[in-house]
Design a protein around this ligand. Structure first.
Ligand SMILES: Cc1cc2nc3c(=O)[nH]c(=O)nc-3n(C[C@H](O)[C@H](O)[C@H](O)COP(=O)(O)OP(=O)(O)OC[C@H]3O[C@@H](n4cnc5c(N)ncnc54)[C@H](O)[C@@H]3O)c2cc1C
Length: 364
């Protein structure tokens, strides 16, 4: 998503762009494995600014951009269990300060929204009506279409194996041939530190963390289509309707090296245990299970900027658990910085500066 969005914006600005993808199709890794939620209250301040800066594009259905709406209403319900009153109060204080439309619900109102929550497991909730589902596939395809329409190329089966720079020109030796350009954008997801190493550059300290998900059928006779994404206040698990099924995650964050990550059976069991403990749902059959990597640097803010140690080497990494909802804002920042300007005016006006995003902050 990061590479496609940035490539589309750069092509729109008149740059000649080639997007090199190791796999046989784009979106095989984190982008194709997300929970597809958009919420402007998630993450730190920089992430929230970037998410907000993406919303207008996702909602606008700009001429010729997306073929279907990118965002559709979902809502998010964070509920407290017995003994979690203080945590629920704190969540209410945090979220209501960020979004005036956030509401506090008593246990009965929370259960009216998600009737499968067990009465003895809910003491109350905080409800965010503005949280949305993202059509990730459509958004990703929209960026790729925009890139191609502006003359850009997508080359798959093109793992970059070596990077060298001479006289201001980078050469990427890829499985699909050699490519040369004055600017390299490192949007390699969990592999971004590995790609930097191929250019002889030190890492920014990216830590990929496994997150697991599974889908189960909705019980017969239950209409779950309008349930919000539902999570407990300690974020130990969540579930949400997805294409007529329920997506469940144990919200795990297990650090691991970059890889084609697979789900661990223990995490699947934990997800089921937490779901069935807090709801009347039973799990007879798992339809699909998967895991993906959410890659963070130490301060959990995306890394977007030129490497101070190598002219023309631009980082677009560390999207963590927010890379879909921030993709447009991040890509606009990347394109503006690569074009030699500052951050886009609407993003700077929200108090975000280039230093906060720059890889230089991680080398201090
Ligand atoms: C279970 C789960 C739930 C999530 N839920 C949400 C959510 O609700 N909302 C949200 O906004 N985000 C969510 N995320 C996070 C989001 O999925 C990621 O932040 C985002 O997909 C990162 O996109 P990316 O383009 O940086 O990485 P990727 O999609 O992993 O893309 C990186 C690409 O680089 C390629 N690559 C790597 N090395 C090379 C090389 N040497 N040469 C060529 N190509 C290379 C890889 O093949 C890969 O395709 C979730 C993630 C997971 C796992």
């Amino acid at each position: 998503m990061a590479g496609a969005a940035a490539a589309a914006h750069l092509a729109e600005n008149g740059r000649r762009v080639v997007l090199l993808e190791r796999e046989s199709q784009p979106g095989y890794h984190s982008t194709g494995r997300s929970a597809a939620l958009f919420t402007e209250t998630y993450g730190n301040r920089a992430i929230r600014v970037l998410t907000g800066a993406s919303r207008a594009c996702y909602e606008a259905r700009l001429d010729g951009f997306a073929e279907h709406p990118i965002l559709t209403p979902r809502g998010a319900l964070m509920f407290g269990m017995p003994g979690q009153q203080a945590k629920l109060d704190a969540a209410w204080a945090d979220l209501s300060a960020l979004d005036p439309r956030v509401r506090r619900l008593d246990a009965a109102a929370a259960r009216a929204m998600v009737p499968v929550l067990r009465p003895d497991c809910v003491i109350g909730a905080v409800y965010e009506p503005d949280a949305m589902d993202i059509d990730v596939h459509e958004l990703h395809q929209a960026y790729l279409r925009r890139l191609r329409r502006r003359g850009g190329r997508v080359v798959t089966d093109a793992e970059v194996q070596a990077l060298a720079v001479a006289d201001g020109c980078w050469t990427a030796a890829a499985a699909a041939g050699e490519f040369a350009a004055p600017v390299i954008v490192n949007a390699a997801g969990a592999w971004a530190d590995d790609l930097a190493a191929k250019a002889g550059l030190p890492p920014v300290g990216l830590v990929p963390k496994r997150r697991t998900a599974l889908t189960i059928p909705v019980p017969a006779g239950v209409d779950a289509a309008r349930w919000p994404m539902t999570l407990d206040v300690t974020e130990s698990f969540y579930f949400k309707p997805e294409s007529g099924r329920l997506l469940v995650s144990p919200a795990d964050e297990t650090p691991m090296p970059p890889c084609d990550v697979q789900p661990d059976e223990l995490d699947i069991a934990i997800a089921i245990d937490r779901l069935t403990g807090a709801t009347s749902l039973t799990v007879g059959r798992i339809e699909r299970k998967w895991a993906g990597l959410r890659s963070f640097v130490a301060d959990k803010t995306t890394v977007c900027g030129f490497d101070p140690l190598a002219r023309g080497f631009f980082w677009l990494a560390g999207q963590g658990g927010y890379g879909i909802q921030t993709a447009e804002g991040m890509a606009r920042c990347a394109a503006a910085l690569i074009d030699g300007g500052g951050l886009p005016a609407d993003i700077a006006a929200k108090g975000l500066d280039a230093e906060t995003l720059s890889p230089a902050r991680l080398r201090a």
